[in-house]
Write a protein that binds this ligand. Structure first.
Ligand code: AMP
Ligand code: ZN
Length: 116
């Protein structure tokens, strides 16, 4: 998969439409097209990174920005309390369907543990 055929690269470059809730130089956050909870936001780095398996040491700051943005969006969307879940699915058995790194910010309902 090259960035040219990648769904989230196309969304990041505005070649494909999405409901954008936040954007800066590094990250874009969009509403999930098939929400699994009342709040379901995808936090996506603009750089094409296929999955957590491809992370390099130079991505450490980017990961920190993702976590900070998740907490800030949770606060703005009124799910900081009572709580929420931040999820990364990695690879086939992890349930990853779009091979461009992204984190799911989920809230507005109870989540079970262990996950399905
Ligand atoms: P994952 O299964 O972890 O790779 O998550 C991919 C997510 O992308 C799923 O929750 C999909 O509903 C979501 N998704 C797929 N296509 C789009 C799209 N065009 N816009 C927004 N979200 C999408
Ligand atoms: Zn991509």
């Amino acid at each position: 998969m090259t960035a040219a055929d990648c769904l989230f690269c196309k969304i990041a470059s505005k070649t494909l439409p999405a409901k954008v809730v936040y954007e800066d130089d590094l990250l874009i956050a969009i509403e999930d097209i098939n929400p699994a909870a009342p709040v379901h936001i995808l936090i996506i780095p603009k750089e094409h990174i296929s999955s957590l398996n491809e992370l390099q040491v130079n991505h450490v700051a980017l990961l920190g920005q993702i976590q900070l943005l998740a907490a800030r969006l949770a606060s703005q969307l009124n799910i900081a309390e009572p709580g929420y879940r931040l999820v990364n699915n990695c690879g086939e058995m992890g349930g990853q369907t779009v091979m461009h790194l992204h984190y799911h910010l989920l809230g507005g309902r109870n989540f079970g543990w262990p996950p399905g």
